[in-house]
Design a protein around this ligand. Structure first.
Ligand code: AMP
Length: 249
């Protein structure tokens, strides 16, 4: 069984992002970029299935600029067998990514697709759902456990007040939640090995996909700066402030 995993190159989760002065976008000049954390979890889940003998091949796909090759090499260092880059310098919105991934999926015919639940840059939480709809596949979002049993994906999802367990007939799509696994550390020998793994490149044009944006961002703004704190003499002063200034008691 082949598994297709989507990996997005995003601003590293440790970076404090800055909005450009004209409010048009986040400034990503000279900023550290990494694989979206939910996608690392997706790659780890796929590689574990291959290591368990359930899957035979793990294919990582990334859509975006040429630098996404680094993200694919990282996925291959975790253990993906090969990578596919859909290269474009144009802006990609979730629907466009879903269409590109769908075109790749049609070529690859993978019975299991694993996607992150959301990209930490746009927080859209749309791509997996749109891809499942385009491919006509059942989907289980926010998976916190995944097993393949008798041609079915058995998925647990954390919901309010408990766990929901679903059985999906393959081919199916899963989106990963944080608790699905803890991705392994990438070792130097595996980074070296990853450099030799195959990486194919397509473009939206070669896949025949229209990636024209359907949404426009009107404005981005940073949250208001936090006011400085004050030191109070005693509890009575705190209670007075909560009562008369904050009006919370
Ligand atoms: P989003 O809908 O933007 O929150 O993204 C959800 C998931 O879709 C991500 O965690 C990735 O697995 C996948 N995805 C989104 N954008 C891309 C991209 N440009 N290339 C590859 N995968 C992507």
């Amino acid at each position: 069984m082949k598994i297709l995993v989507a990996v997005k190159r995003v601003v590293d989760f440790n970076v404090k992002v800055r909005v450009k002065s004209d409010g048009s976008a986040v400034d990503i000049g000279n900023v550290k970029m990494s694989m979206n954390p939910f996608d690392e979890i997706a790659v780890e889940a796929a590689v574990r299935l291959r290591e368990a003998g359930v899957a035979t091949e793990v294919v990582a796909v990334s859509c975006g600029p040429a630098q996404c090759q680094e993200t694919l090499r990282n996925a291959m260092a975790i253990g993906a067998d090969r990578g596919i880059l859909v290269e474009t310098a144009d802006e990609l919105q979730p629907l466009a990514v879903a269409k590109l991934l769908h075109a790749v999926l049609q070529n690859e015919q993978a019975p299991l697709v694993i996607v992150g639940k959301q990209a930490i840059d746009d927080d859209s939480n749309q791509t997996g759902q749109m891809l499942a709809a385009l491919a006509g596949m059942p989907q289980a979002t926010f998976a916190s456990s995944l097993q393949i049993v008798d041609g079915q994906a058995i998925v647990s999802r954390e919901i309010d007040g408990g766990l929901e367990t679903l059985a999906l007939k393959l081919p199916a799509l899963i989106t990963t939640d944080l608790r699905l696994n803890e991705p392994r550390y990438v070792t130097l020998p595996n980074i070296m090995k990853a450099k030799k793994k195959p990486l194919d490149t397509h473009t939206p044009q070669s896949l025949g996909v229209d990636i024209a944006p359907r949404l426009s961002t009107l404005k981005l703004a940073e949250p208001p700066a936090r006011a400085a704190g004050v030191k109070l003499a005693d509890v009575a002063a705190l209670v007075a402030k909560l009562k008369h200034e904050a009006n919370v008691i």
